[in-house]
Ligand binder design. Structure first.
Ligand code: UD1
Ligand code: CA
Length: 473
């Protein structure tokens, strides 16, 4: 997972070693999906990637993800996102509750001694700073609580009436009507001393309304031993960062929140968005200063855009690298392409995978390219298909030019030399080469190579039959 943040700031020095356990074994039934909940994407990445990244950025030297449903797919997604980070897997075969999920990670955790962050895989907007604050607290057990407008079915935080220290967390389904009135709820994010965790988990039972092992029972155990339990209560807007995703509605709310975060970061770094709420961004997309994004632009995958570009309405760029001062006019669809400085693209251009536009090249309306390089200053201004082609610097490709790259079984390359001129409505039957500075007359079908400096033209002699129309009528 490309983490610009992470490259700049190495993980902080922590007072104690830190490991993280991330619970992600549930199916997420309320998503009503064939796909396990934590693999649903938010801003283009599987949701599980965000808490894993946050834990790494907060300084966890080991991250153990507890998987159950679709473990192979979750493992693959993590391997792809974190090929070089200390991310490990533990398996929970049966979802017997959150405490059971954490127990399943303990053999993997081994003899680790230090602080253990316990997070859920379904909180994509989790902020690193919150984890840092949790880690900075001195208590052996601390957790994040929140005061939402609607406490829903979250676990309630029960505090001592006089000291107001947390005594226990009671799950909604186990709570009395009075407890259900409590407004402070458990966000499901914890930091706990490894010894306290391993000692206490062993002693938990499942005598409760859901017959599950509740991680939340740790709070009652710790406070029962006279230990002070720490909390970070989040109010107002901050509480939205820790909201879990349980259904598609919450997925859309998490996406909206993340889009807001990504847009703000780009605007603060010097990008103009004419209508920010209509700019769609994937996590990790980079855009240089003084670039202007019109409404309905989507920047996806590993797209990186330089400075002083304009990306006009309705354009969609995926895994594309754009230099400086490039104009992408409206409704261009660009995939896995490299566009160097000063190029112009569109409107209505379709650049497919493997396209390279060298400096100041131009691809105009209704041009499709695939695995094709246009040299410096080369132009294909209108209505063309250019596939599997290498086009030299300053070559001019006339309207309606088609590279016939496919013979029904195989693809073949077309090579066009620097400064060549391809007249309108030309078919280039590949494999074929047009030499440097050569001309191809309009309407020509080029089946054999054209030598440098030559003119190639296939044109049937024209017949003119005077008075034909009148006689026909
Ligand atoms: C949990 C808390 C609740 C808190 C809420 C916040 C418990 C008992 N309750 O409730 O106090 O308000 O989170 O969202 O912890 N998971 C597993 N294996 C399991 C069970 C769960 O991996 O056996 C994972 C789920 O995939 C999910 C996370 O743990 O990522 C939380 O589980 P969930 O069932 O959503 O817990 P809640 O009942 O919402
Ligand atoms: Ca939940």
């Amino acid at each position: 997972m490309s983490t610009p943040e992470k490259n700049e700031t190495s993980a902080p020095e922590l007072p104690r070693p830190c490991a993280a356990i991330i619970m992600a074994a549930g199916l997420g039934t309320r998503m009503r999906s064939e796909l396990v909940k934590v693999l649903h994407p938010v801003a283009g990445r599987p949701m599980i990637c965000y808490p894993v990244r946050a834990a790494l950025l907060a300084g966890a030297t080991r991250v153990i993800v507890v998987v159950g449903h679709q473990r192979k797919q979750v493992a693959d997604a993590l391997e792809q996102a974190f090929p070089n980070d200390p991310v490990e897997l533990a398996v929970q075969d049966q979802p017997l509750g959150t405490a059971h999920a954490v127990s399943c990670a303990l053999p993997t955790l081994g003899d680790f001694v230090g602080d253990v962050l316990i997070l859920s895989g379904d909180v994509p907007n989790l902020q690193v700073s919150l984890l840092t604050n949790l880690l900075a607290m001195p208590m052996a057990l601390r957790f994040v609580s929140m005061l939402p407008d609607d406490a829903g079915e979250y676990g309630r935080v029960v505090r001592d009436a006089t000291t107001s220290l947390p005594l226990r967390i009671v799950e909604f389904r186990d709570a009395t009507p009075e407890e259900r009135q409590l407004r402070e709820v458990n966000a499901g994010l914890y930091c706990i001393d490894s010894t306290l965790l391993t000692e206490t988990l062993k002693t938990l039972g499942r005598d409760n309304a859901q017959g599950e092992y509740y991680l939340t029972d740790l709070v009652a155990r710790a406070s029962g031993k006279g230990m002070q339990v720490g909390t970070i209560p989040l109010k107002g807007d901050a509480a939205h960062d820790v909201l879990g995703v349980n259904d598609r509605l919450e997925l859309s709310m998490a996406e909206t929140r993340m889009q807001g975060t990504l847009r703000r970061a780009l605007m603060r770094s010097g990008v103009t968005m004419l209508c920010p709420e209509r700019t769609y961004l994937h996590d990790g997309v980079m855009v240089g200063p003084d670039t202007v994004l019109e409404p309905d632009v989507s920047l996806l995958g590993a797209t990186r855009i330089g400075a002083a570009c304009r990306i006009d309405q309705g354009s969609r760029l995926t895994d594309t690298v754009v230099g400086d001062a490039v104009s992408v006019f409206a409704y261009s669809h660009i995939d896995s392409t490299i566009i160097e400085t000063g190029c112009q693209v569109g409107p209505f251009a379709r650049l497919r995978e493997g396209t390279i536009l060298r400096e100041n090249a131009k691809v105009g309306n209704f041009v499709e390219t695939k695995k094709t390089e246009l040299g410096e200053g080369a132009k294909a201004s209108h209505l063309s298909y250019l596939g599997d082609a290498t086009i030299g610097a300053r070559a001019n490709i006339g309207a309606g030019t088609i590279t016939c790259n496919y013979d029904g079984t195989k693809k073949h390359r077309t090579v066009i030399g620097a400064g060549a001129f391809i007249g309108s409505d030309t078919q280039l039957v590949a494999p074929v080469e047009v030499g440097e500075g050569a001309y191809v007359g309009a309407g020509t079908t080029v089946c054999e190579d054209v030598p440098p400096g030559a003119l190639a033209i296939t044109r049937a002699p024209r017949r003119t039959i005077e008075g034909w129309v009148k006689r026909k009528r």
